[in-house]
Design a protein around this ligand. Structure first.
Ligand code: GRF
Length: 211
């Protein structure tokens, strides 16, 4: 059983999807054993507490340097004996030091079909605003490994979602969550924990399920 740490900043609906999937037995080789929030009022913390998952709060601004923050984050992850880190709407930048300590062990969910509408500045509603501005007919979500390039790591899973006429950024965001994000993230976690994700030359190969 691999220990999973989920890092959150907001409402935590993706965390909830992970908890629900775990409760349904859909992540048989993994266990969410820690939730770390970047601020004390993140509603995601309430969801974790309700599910009986230990929590911690690490605010970047509490620390005098990036180094001190990284030390604290790495210590929390090590204490948890973390095998998989999941960024589920986590808004604090993860430094290269942390990325290298958990190379190909950090998953992120991004609410577009990468490489569209991604990279620096593309987070939250901004992503959907830009998709609507450009007039794409299909958008979606992507789960990828985290590397030094913002939203540039190896892609694990993607799912397309239709844009409909009259969509507002909020309506589109909700549809992308319901139809893509909440399904993809638990699925990627389960694949990782089953040892089925192989990264080669910057691309992810999904191994067949062992008999
Ligand atoms: C999601 O749209 C996710 O794709 C993005 O941040 C949002 C988090 O929402 N990275 P929630 O906190 O999981 O509800």
């Amino acid at each position: 059983m691999l220990n999973i740490a989920v890092l959150v900043s907001g409402g935590g609906t993706n965390l909830q999807a992970l908890i629900d999937a775990q409760n349904r037995g859909e992540i048989p080789n993994g266990h969410i054993s820690l939730v770390i929030a970047s601020k004390p009022d993140a509603y995601a913390l309430k969801r974790a507490e309700k599910a009986g998952i230990p929590t911690a709060v690490l605010r970047r601004k509490q620390f005098s340097s990036q180094e001190a923050y990284d030390d604290a984050l790495l210590q929390k992850l090590a204490e948890n004996r973390t095998s998989l880190v999941i960024l589920a709407g986590f808004l604090t930048i993860i430094s290269n030091r942390v990325i290298h300590a958990y190379e190909n062990q950090i998953l992120n969910i991004h609410p577009s079909l990468i490489p569209s509408f991604c990279g620096e500045g593309y987070y939250g509603l901004r992503v959907h605003e830009e998709a609507l501005r450009r007039g794409v007919k299909v958008t979606g979500a992507t789960v990828h490994f985290v590397n030094e390039v913002c939203d540039g790591g190896p892609i694990i899973l993607q799912k397309a979602v239709a844009v409909q006429s009259g969509d507002t950024p909020e309506v589109l965001q909700r549809r992308v969550m319901e139809q893509a994000e909440w399904k993809l993230l638990p699925k990627a976690a389960a694949l990782f924990c089953a040892g089925r994700l192989v990264v080669k030359d910057g691309r992810v190969e999904i191994k067949e399920e062992a008999e």
